[in-house]
Design a protein around this ligand. Sequence first.
Ligand SMILES: Nc1ncnc2c1ncn2[C@@H]1O[C@H](COP(=O)(O)OP(=O)(O)OP(=O)(O)O)[C@@H](O)[C@H]1O
Length: 510
Amino acid sequence: MANCDNNPWKKNAWGKTEEKAEEPIVSFVDVMSEEYIEGMGNQEKLEEERYMKQLEQMFGDTSTSDEQFTLNTEGMTDEEVALALQRHFDREADVARAVASSSSVHFAPDRYIPKTMQETDSEDEDDDALRQAATDMLYAKLDAENASESRLRPEGPSTSRTKHDTGVSGRRNADKTFNDRNSLPTGDMVGDKLNNKVFNKLMAFGKSEAKRQMRHKDKEEKATMDTSVDSDTRLLLLKWINQGVFDSVDGIIATGKESAVLHAAQDSATSYAIKVYKTTLSEFKNRSEYVKDDFRFKNPRGVLKIWAEREFMNLSRMAKHGLPCPQPVKVRRNVLVMSFLGDDGLAAPRLKNVEWEFFTDEERRYVYDQVQTIMCRMYKECLLVHADLSEFNLLLTPDNKVHVIDVSQAMDLSHPRSLQFLTRDIQNVIAFFTKIGVPNLPTYVQLFNLITDLEMVEDHDLLVQVEQFSEENRSADLRHDKSRPADMELKKYNEEKKANRGISPARDYN
Ligand SMILES: Nc1ncnc2c1ncn2[C@@H]1O[C@H](COP(=O)(O)OP(=O)(O)OP(=O)(O)O)[C@@H](O)[C@H]1O
């Protein structure tokens, strides 16, 4: 459909002739004038003719209205009639299109015009309701279409704000950074903005920083485990410093499989060795041979604490008999304080680390003789077997004196396997001094008999004889309760502890 200013029959969209928008202003005299009326009629006629000519020039046929269209259907088949009608209809449509394209006025497609506006007022109420519903549906559809179009092809400046809006995303980034749990110390970021690039970099940095801190923490924990100086131990050492036991703890002398040994000083004249036992069970797995039949291992975790106390007890017993060993000073939980063996803060070397090539045969023999005496006295006077004696647990002080250390596993003779452990100690010692070339060393059996006053024979294996002897000659005490020998040791241990209370060097401190 088209509208044309010059077309006297121009019709509106609803097929009705439009009323003139403006009537020409004329005087009453003019209206009454026949000439004027005649003129108006002529003018209309002229305009009509001009329009028809225009169509004729364009399409060669002026039949554009239904009234003028006549069709002689005589002798025509139905199909021919239909085709003729179709041709006429097509021509009309072409004319209408041509008129529309030459016009400066364009109609929007009628689907964009609400139906209510297209209809006249003459419809009944039902139709109105139906129309209204259709209109609502149309608007809803149009809204949806517009929305999807704007998503696909956002054109021109948009007034709606999305999450991609720089202001919105900047504020959201700042908020996330402030509230995020990546432990970045951001400070108060309320009301701030962060652009995406900075935000992404910050997040990446936060993550890598968190990983780095985790690694650092693991390392620190591991170091604590390695040196056994956990926070509880540090607190205890601080307490002893406050109590004046020593002035300072100034370094690690050695870290062994089961402990760390620290150096502590007092008045720059006295030095102490602080042995801190590791508190993890795994470190004590290799001690199973000592703990078999040992009452203390009925509760393995409790035993971890007892090692320090047991070493303290054994050192006390040895010190009481004047054996060359560190003097026990104090014990608490897994920490043992004893006198320091060495000079100027330098620990005495283990026999294993002594440079024997600078020693004469006599000097070496003198060193061996000291070890032999220690073993004999430990057994006879202290009623103890070291049970881990070797070049690793014997220190040589600068005055060439041998001291025995690491006696936590040393056992009372009442222990059912003490003689077996003694045999092993003997084998270790003889093997070492043989290695460093000490002449005229005793045989295993000779040394065993010297220490124990027993009479083992040379032509039989020492350990086999010891096993047999232990089986046949258990002490009266052990025979008293054969089924539970460990209970016997507990009884003896408690008796000894009770007796030692009066003489313990640590008594004043504990
Ligand atoms: N009183 C002390 N004075 C000087 N140094 C000592 C003293 N006690 C121990 N040490 C040093 O600490 C080291 C470890 O001590 P000790 O043997 O008692 O601990 P450990 O944990 O049983 O070690 P390991 O089982 O590895 O031999 C010793 O080899 C020695 O060098």
